[in-house]
Design a protein around this ligand. Structure first.
Ligand code: ATP
Ligand code: MN
Length: 251
């Protein structure tokens, strides 16, 4: 699946439809409405062509793609059919920005994607090391590709940072900026959602929530304890969880 030529050329849409059933994964991802959404992003000049699949998750797949300018993009496509939309609905309705979302499967997934995009915008504005948000439509999110030549940088769980003490401080600085400037808690932070470039880059802002959320502080404690736990296997001087929490929130 290195190259998907049907994303290029004039008869893009017919080709997408015809070829989609040859690729099981695409069949699963690209239902009729997703095809239309992807086609729209191509027409708008956001995406030029797809390159390959980077990750097939439980609820979303990540593709590498190219922009018309030739830069790599990460395209995160949420699957409407297999998404746990009840859990998403419960979660999203605690977010003051989205408490009016409809209870339908599609509406919840679309709100989820727009929320993830807005979270990335806030992270970016706060100067956090995270993928730059580029565009979104329905269940499709387009962002900067964190990698080289369409190959993503490794996750911290797969590849330990070369200088663990530096990496630890960089991650905490990012969490701090996200909290103080971006007014967000990542809420799914762990070695699985940090890429090593070798500087740590935070990804997957789908769970990130406003600090006004009553559970935001508990989520921050969980994020920080996961980071502390990860770095325990290295010879790094680590602060206590209490001190770290205070440092981030400056209570
Ligand atoms: P969910 O948000 O439903 O939990 P997920 O955990 O599968 O889905 P992500 O963590 O966002 O989704 O992405 C999965 C994998 O795809 C990452 O571990 C990473 O390897 C790759 N990836 C995600 N975003 C990017 C990006 N911007 N650039 C390069 N690779 C990425
Ligand atoms: Mn993830």
């Amino acid at each position: 699946m290195a190259d998907l030529p049907w994303f290029k050329g004039k008869r893009k849409f017919e080709r997408i439809e015809k070829d989609a059933d040859r690729y099981k994964i695409l069949d699963r991802v690209f239902d009729q409405s997703t095809l239309l959404t992807v086609y729209d992003l191509i027409k708008k000049g956001v995406i030029e062509k797809f390159q390959g699949i980077v990750s097939a998750g439980k609820e979303a797949d990540i593709f590498s793609a190219l922009s018309p300018e030739g830069s790599y993009l990460a395209v995160k496509i949420y699957r409407i059919a297999t998404t746990d939309f009840k859990r998403k609905f419960e979660y999203i309705s605690t977010d003051p920005r989205f408490h009016k979302v409809r209870r339908s499967r599609k509406a919840v997934v679309y709100a989820w994607v727009s929320r993830e995009f807005k979270n990335l915008v806030r992270a970016q504005e706060a100067g956090v090391s995270a993928p730059q948000p580029i565009s979104f439509a329905n269940n499709v999110l387009v962002m900067e590709f964190i990698g080289e030549g369409g190959i993503p940088y490794p996750r911290m769980v797969d590849s330990a940072p070369p200088e663990p003490d530096t990496a630890f401080r960089q991650i905490i600085e990012n969490v701090k900026k996200l909290y103080r400037v971006g007014r967000l808690v990542h809420a799914d932070l762990s070695e699985y959602n940090i890429l090593v470039t070798p500087d740590p880059v935070l990804i997957d802002f789908s769970m990130a929530t406003d600090i006004s959320n009553p559970v935001a502080r508990d989520l921050l404690v969980r994020d920080l304890s996961k980071i502390l736990n990860y770095f325990r296997k290295f010879e790094v001087d680590l602060p206590s969880l209490e001190d770290l929490f205070r440092e981030v929130t400056q209570d």
